[in-house]
Design a protein around this ligand. Structure first.
Ligand code: HPA
Length: 239
């Protein structure tokens, strides 16, 4: 048991898939896992452990934003001795090359925020995903013919569509990082993993964009989510 997780030691697998939304964790368990069991429901942050093609996997929600995923990832790595966390979420695009519904594999992530300074006292604003996990995910994507765009993202504390002036935000991101878009959790996940000597990666689907105004149907969203979920699960069985 941990402060924010009632799972018993041993009830969480070595590899955890982390969507933001608890209902998505339930959806993944119900549609992709066998013999699954609900192992946490503290604060509604549902976690299910089951089997995918015979391999034990846990799917646990992270909630939204760096503080939320920072807490759950910390407990998973430190208390439950989890080795790998793959976040599976959504993002907004900042550049035209990133189309709605594209699957993104995050290489590195920039933040203006102070998560790193808060946790460890270090002034760190850019961090990379685990090379090992990204390599397994890229090899798997090739094998199952799943297209993806690999690149850097910005990790924000406000949802892009709600910003007063989105352009002043994107213009402040140092050009060297070539951020393709925004999401709100991966910096805290990667930094926590790095700090604790563990592995983390992040797959995203593009759900909105500063460049395109189209609205997606919920069916379109679900289908592209399914592609990303399958990629994460197929990669997980190789870990
Ligand atoms: N900004 C930040 N996080 C997000 C976005 C966005 O536009 N879309 C989905 N998650």
């Amino acid at each position: 048991m941990a402060v924010h997780n009632e799972a018993k030691i041993g009830e969480i697998a070595k590899t955890v898939l982390m969507p933001g939304d608890p209902m998505r964790a339930k959806y993944i368990a119900e549609n992709f896992l066998e013999d699954y069991k609900l192992v946490n429901q503290v604060r509604g942050m549902l976690a299910f452990t089951g089997k995918y093609k015979g391999k034990e996997i846990t799917v646990m929600a992270s909630g939204m934003g760096m503080p939320s995923i920072g807490i759950y990832a910390h407990e998973l790595y430190k208390i439950y001795d989890v080795d790998n966390i793959i976040r599976i979420g959504s993002c907004g695009g900042h550049v035209e090359k990133l189309k709605l519904l594209d699957v993104v594999l995050v290489d590195g992530v920039y933040t203006e925020g102070n998560f790193a300074k808060n946790l460890t006292g270090n002034e760190c604003h850019f961090i990379k995903a685990s090379n090992y996990l990204n390599k397994v995910i890229e090899d798997t994507a090739q094998e199952i013919n799943q297209k993806y765009v690999k690149g850097n993202m910005a990790c924000t504390e406000c949802f892009d569509p709600y910003l007063d002036d989105p352009m002043s935000f994107t213009n402040r991101i140092p050009k060297e990082y070539e951020a393709m878009g925004s999401e709100m959790e991966s910096f805290a996940l990667f930094y926590t993993a790095n700090h604790l000597g563990k592995n983390a990666a992040c797959l995203l689907t593009v759900s909105d964009s500063l460049c395109f105004k189209e609205e997606l149907t919920s069916e379109q969203r679900q289908l592209s989510m399914n592609d990303m979920i399958k990629l994460a699960l197929e990669a997980s069985i190789k870990l």
